[in-house]
Design a protein around this ligand. Sequence first.
Ligand code: XIL
Length: 378
Amino acid sequence: MRHFRFITAAFTAAALTLPLVATSASADPSRGHQSSPHAHARYDRLRQAAPDGFVVGTAVAGGGHHLEQDYPDPFTSDKEYRKVLGQQFSSVSPENQMKWEYIHPEQNRYNFAMADDIVDFAERHHQVVRGHTLLWHSQNPTWLEEGDFSDTELRTILRKHIKTVVGRYAGRIQQWDVANEIFDEAGNLRTEENIWIRELGPGIIADAFRWAHEADPKAKLFFNDYGVEDVNAKTDAYYELIKGLRKQRVPVHGFSSQAHLSTRYGFPGGLEDSLRRFDELGLETAITELDVRMDLPESGEPTGAQLRQQADYYQQALSACLAVDGCDSFTIWGFTDKYSWVPVFFEGEGSATVMTGEFVRKPAFFALRSALQEARKH
Ligand code: XIL
């Protein structure tokens, strides 16, 4: 079940300022680490370039749209992929592997194999992990969505799931997207689409946070959504909800912007203000799923101007996060077009990540790295 709603707000085109830089893998200074004359030789990987305490993450491909694309799991079979994943990033997010339909495919069976692999990999590579996600209207298994359960049974199902999954990785997952996409564009709770809110009422949201906190008191617990890259109806709704929950001492620690952007629209200029508003409420903030898709020309290859515009968006999103004190976690939704969800979900659009399908770095990669290096100096 995939009910992802696309971002529809129309923005004006942003100014293009970035120069086109070399994208060839052979021009990559990180390859000749020891002998590189590059001034930032020690900081030429994204994770090293980042200021202390600031993590740079990526989604880890697997499951989801990839099943339809008929290629083996990149995480276990693609050596180049794993290498870049370990070298460049200090945070990882399972793209699908911890969603209900993957981790809990039958009522009495969990499938932890893929999620375990990611958490083990992260530890070996000194990376933190963002758990994704516990209460959502999408990618739920059929047994759950079509089952015939009483309210009491449903409540027990959710509590047990949260206790089991969060408990299994307690101490090893630093941030959890507890509730994902609970509001629609107009800022109304998804009282029809979201099985938990529909059947059990909005109070279940606070319970989900409480159960997650009991299962791992150290994990930071987040609300996560798309279309929240501005001060708008949706972020107003989150602001009010979270303010109320914090008053009742519900353990909510963070608010995050997915940031699935498109060059069809201007860059959402209110991103920084929006993050800051949640920061001032006492929350951690994060960018959790950044990608910047574009309409591809008939050739299928983006133009230089498109790549420059994309780089500019990536850099602006990163700068917004860097500018807000409590925004210490910045994650892109995959780093190579080879496994990006975009062409599968957005017809005619693609090239949304920072590397081509052959792992060649695009201007967006270098724009992120420069912005991180710059931030490190200050
Ligand atoms: C997407 C995945 O990237 C796809 O592989 C999957 O088929 C559908 O979901 N918001 C979210 C993510 O919170 O979980 C979604 O990920 C993208 C939108």
